[in-house]
Design a protein around this ligand. Structure first.
Ligand code: ZN
Ligand code: ZN
Length: 565
């Protein structure tokens, strides 16, 4: 690789190790610039600067005149790095669509004579768990800064991360049932006439002392004063068994919500953490299921994050749609939370957890919801998708890309990005897939869509529309080869899965059903997908599928019922 022409300047000298590591990363980013491999083409002279006074947040990219140097200035190391990757993307036409190597522009891009670009992040925390976002380089390109699913080296500015477990830490990590339940059942939730180990009794003063002690032990071990933000999660376990002892009941009555006693508990710890001087640490808790209703008469401290979960929502209608009952109910809670907490993070969902391989037609709501979050003061977003994905499944790669871009800028040109991705990823098949996406997006809006939606009620396409969709997939397949063809086949499985569940098209005849289902099964296995849903592995599921198709339909409806509030 030819030597890059750039200068790295810092207003405050950083440790030598940091500048070296940052330099390595910057060199990597610049290696994407046209001409850097061959030594040909315009090699812009870049001056890179960290200056938190000049640029308070994010980065700026400027050039005063033709042939002049290009200055990338970041508020901190991580922002500078983002700025360099953004420069490669926006001005040099380099794209990172998936974990595969970055796509270089076909023609040598002409740099503008003058540049005056400023960017401030819309959210302090951007995280998603789809497959490609696990890649560090993908995250540098597409701006993901959470550290749950990727490594972002501290020496490059690091990211925003949880130094405790990510979720459901009560009874697991803090005041663990393993350690205390036997000796002190009174620390745990009263259900009926006995204590159960699935949630804590937060009104017990000893529970507070234990959790507080464990939080400070954790800080002693893992606190990094140079980190941008470190988060400790104090969150209820994943079940509905909140404590019903007299004191906990009183607290719930006092605040009008089970969230009241949790927030009171977390606020107290947050005050102590702040008083001890941990300025870059925040305490995080959930507004989830039985704690989703906002409490009255209490507000969250500045160093408390409330992660509000959209698990009960409908994803074919935007949250702002007042005619969608599930969303109107959520929005009411959300807006009330935003009055008592200025650091809401959204835990959002973007797949069908009962049907990873099935269509989840949420494409018409992704942008509207991201704008809604931003406009109502949300500070962080985590998009939970198919976190168990091991190979392309449904439209996982497309959705991951769009979500990342939306978290970077909720007002981006969403349709143009979708079309661009499809063209790059599905090649000449892309335009047919976009037409398919238009059809299912329009159709999905006719009914509600939960994240546990049975395939049979996901879309209501008529015979003619099914025929049209079949022809679009046929076209997409016939026009592609190699990798792009593989991508088309992998995504087509979601359409075939929907048809199989609906018993339409090639799955409509009982005579050929088994043959068609076997072919689908083989293709799913060959695609590398190992899970059909959050709980079902491909192998186990197909054994049960051979026994009975009815059983699964029943399982789906049971799961749906279980997860209803
Ligand atoms: Zn209690
Ligand atoms: Zn709806």
């Amino acid at each position: 690789m030819s030597k890059q022409k750039f200068e790295l300047k810092f207003n405050n000298p950083l440790p030598r190790g940091v500048t070296d590591a940052l330099r390595t990363q910057v060199e990597k980013a610049l290696s994407f610039l046209p001409g850097s491999e061959s030594g040909e083409g315009e090699k812009p002279f870049l001056s890179l600067l960290i200056d938190g006074k000049k640029v308070k947040k994010g980065y700026s990219i400027t050039r005063e005149n033709a042939g002049g140097e290009i200055k990338v200035t970041g508020a901190d190391a991580a922002s500078l790095l983002r700025g360099v990757y953004a420069f490669a993307e926006k001005f040099c036409g380099v794209r990172k669509y998936t974990y595969s190597p970055a796509v270089m522009p076909k023609e040598k891009p002409a740099l503008p004579d003058t540049i005056d670009e400023k960017y401030e992040p819309f959210f302090e925390y951007a995280e998603t768990d789809w497959l490609s976002p696990h890649s560090t380089e993908y995250s540098f390109f597409n701006g993901l800064n959470g550290t749950r699913y990727r490594k972002l080296p501290d020496v490059c500015g690091g990211g925003v991360g949880y130094i405790s477990g990510f979720a459901h830490t009560f009874t697991n990590e803090f005041c663990s049932a393993k350690k205390y339940f036997k000796s002190n059942p009174e620390y745990f939730a009263m259900r009926g006439i006995k204590r159960v180990k699935s949630q804590l009794c937060l009104s017990n003063p000893d529970v507070y002392k234990i959790v507080r002690g464990e939080v400070f032990d954790l800080l002693k071990k893992k606190h990094n004063p140079d980190a941008r933000l470190q988060i400790i999660s104090l969150t209820q376990n994943d079940n509905l068994f909140y404590c019903t002892c007299e004191k906990c009941r009183q607290a719930s009555r006092k605040y009008g919500s089970h969230a009241g006693s949790v927030l009171e508990f977390v606020n107290r710890i947050a005050d102590e953490v702040k008083a001890a001087g941990y300025g870059n640490v925040a305490l995080d808790t959930f507004a989830y299921r039985y704690t989703r209703r906002p409490p009255e008469g209490i507000t969250a401290r500045d160093n408390v994050i409330v992660r509000l979960c959209t698990i009960e929502c409908c994803f074919s209608h935007p949250l702002s749609d007042k005619t969608c009952a599930a969303n109107a109910d959520f929005t009411k809670d959300f807006l009330a939370w935003s009055k008592i907490c200025n650091r809401i993070y959204i835990w959002d969902y973007c797949t069908n957890f009962c049907n990873y391989t099935g269509i989840f037609p949420d494409f018409g709501t992704l942008q509207k919801n991201m704008q809604f979050y931003y406009e109502n003061g949300v500070k962080g977003v985590y998009e939970e998708g198919n976190f168990q994905m091991e190979a392309e499944c449904e439209f996982g790669e497309l959705r991951a890309f769009l979500i990342s871009k939306l978290m970077q800028n909720p007002y981006c040109d969403y349709n143009a990005l979708r079309d661009e991705f499809c063209k790059a990823y599905y090649g000449a098949g892309g335009e047919y897939i976009c037409r398919f996406l238009d059809i299912i997006t329009e159709n999905a809006a006719k009914r509600h869509l939960s994240i546990y939606e049975p395939m049979t009620s996901t879309l209501t396409l008529g015979k003619e529309q099914i025929k049209l969709c079949d022809s679009l997939w046929r076209e997409a397949k016939s026009r592609t080869r190699l990798e792009e063809h593989k991508h088309v086949l992998a995504s087509e499985i979601c359409w075939r899965w929907w048809k199989y569940k609906k018993r339409v098209s090639e799955f409509s005849s009982p005579v050929t059903l088994k043959k068609q289902a076997d072919a689908l099964k083989k293709d799913i296995a060959d695609s590398g997908v190992t899970r059909l849903s959050e709980s079902a592995k491909v192998k186990a599921y197909f054994i049960s599928m051979a026994h009975s198709h009815r059983t699964h339909a029943k399982t789906e409806s049971v799961i749906k019922m279980l997860y209803k509030r």
